[in-house]
Structure formats: structure tokens, C-alpha cells
Write a protein that binds this ligand. Structure first.
Ligand code: DX5
Ligand code: ZN
Length: 224
């Protein structure tokens, strides 16, 4: 499966987002990863729906929206999205998350499900037919600059094995949190397909963004 880079916008220069997006376009980034946080599901508040709709107006890069939000079905209609955009909700965020996934697909965009470090990958067995992506969180969600949790490699490998067993070798696995080149290498070897790049690999002071993206891509080509 193709390996893709998803740039975490919460780590970009938020005082100059248009310029950051131009640089990401030039760097050939595959997705813009947009973290929405409600201060309740995670103890932080970041980017919102008006910003998402404004970003849609200025770039063709598909959006990879990560909703760290309680009961996300309340909000999915607030975004003007296209067929290549992904709305990813947390398994832990609603007792009717299966219904939310069908609502997302009904909007005409792709549906993703995210699992926190403590949530077993087996939890996704009866959701696999309703998703286009599985997001294995490699940190506890909510903040950039954290350290990958012990066992993220084993969990990613298990997620890949289970999705294949369930007849879904077509579903890509995204990993999000402290995706440094070294962690990216290790996770790619364990089955990851989409890499959320933030402060650990892409938004690094005094480092050229395109160079960082090129370096990450050549590392991926070496190992997977
Ligand atoms: C975590 C965020 C990510 C990511 C940021 O909730 O979803 O966007 O951690 O990248 P790093 O971890 O490299 O700063
Ligand atoms: Zn995220």
C-alpha cells in the first residue's frame, strides 16, 4: 500500500498558516492533518470548523481531520468536505460510533476511526466494514511534542494483522504522535501506511520543510 505523509497543522506556524500551507504543497505533502479538540475528550482546544472551511478554500491538499471530540456526530455537518477528505473520530468518543461513521460516509467523504493507546485493536472488528482508515494513536491524544508509548510497534503490527484477517487489507493504518524518522521507520516496518508529521519530523526550527519531507519519504522507500 502507498505510504503517505500527513502534516499536522497544529504544529505549523499558526501566525502564518497560508504560507505554511504553500510550503506543504511545495513539499508534496499528501494530507493536511487537522486536530480538532474540545477540551473535554482531551484537555486541550485547538483548531475549529471555520478554519477548516477557510483552509478548504485555499488548497487542494485533502484534509485528514482528527476529531478529538466527545460525541463528534454533533459537529460533522459543520465542515464543507470533499470525497478525498477524511473525518476520523475516536472509538472512545461515543457509544454509537458506528452510526457516526455511517453519517460521515453519507456526507460523501472518507471515514476513519482512531484508538487511544489503551484501546485494543480488536475493538474495531465490527467497524472495519464502515471505515476507510484506522488511526493507531502512538501518544495519548491532545498535545504535540510527546513521546511514543511503549508497545506502539506491536499494536500497529497487530492492527495490520487483524484488518487483514477481517478481509480488509485495503484499509490503511495511520499513526499519529512523535512520528520521528526513527519511529516512522519502526512503525512502517510494523505496517503503518499514513504518517502524521509534526514537531518530531517536519516542523523543525531552521530546517527546510521540503527537505524534511523528502528525507522522510526516502527513509520509507528504504524500509517498506
Ligand atoms: C497529537 C496530535 C499530533 C501530533 C503532533 O494529538 O494529533 O498532531 O502529536 O506531532 P508530534 O507528536 O511530532 O509533535
Ligand atoms: Zn492528530
Amino acid at each position: 500500500m502507498k505510504k503517505l505523509l500527513s502534516a499536522s497543522l497544529m504544529c505549523a506556524d499558526l501566525t502564518n498558516l497560508g504560507e505554511s500551507i504553500r510550503k506543504l504543497e511545495a513539499a508534496g505533502i499528501d494530507y493536511l492533518h487537522i486536530d480538532i479538540m474540545d477540551g473535554s475528550f482531551v484537555p486541550n482546544i485547538t483548531l475549529g470548523f471555520d478554519l477548516i472551511n477557510a483552509i478548504k478554500e485555499i488548497t487542494d491538499i485533502p484534509l485528514d481531520i482528527h476529531m478529538m471530540v466527545e460525541k463528534p456526530s454533533r459537529f460533522i455537518g459543520r465542515m464543507k468536505l470533499g470525497k478525498n477528505d477524511i473525518v476520523c473520530v475516536h472509538y472512545e468518543s461515543d457509544i454509537h460510533i458506528h452510526r457516526t461513521l455511517t453519517e460521515i460516509r453519507a456526507l460523501g467523504c472518507k471515514a476513519g476511526i482512531a484508538i487511544n493507546p489503551q484501546t485494543p485493536p480488536e475493538s474495531l472488528e465490527f467497524l472495519a466494514d464502515s471505515i476507510d482508515m484506522a488511526l493507531v494513536m502512538t501518544v495519548n491524544p491532545g498535545f504535540a511534542g510527546q513521546k511514543i508509548f511503549e508497545g506502539a510497534d506491536r499494536k500497529t503490527a497487530k492492527m495490520r494483522r487483524l484488518l487483514n484477517e477481517w478481509g480488509h487489507a485495503d484499509i490503511p493504518i495511520e499513526v499519529d504522535g512523535n512520528i520521528s524518522p526513527a519511529n516512522g521507520r519502526m512503525l512502517c516496518e510494523n505496517g503503518a501506511d499514513i504518517f502524521v508529521l509534526g514537531t518530531s519530523s517536519l516542523f523543525i526550527k531552521d530546517k527546510d520543510m521540503k527537505q524534511s519531507a523528502d528525507d522522510f519519504r526516502s527513509m520509507l522507500r528504504e524500509v517498506c
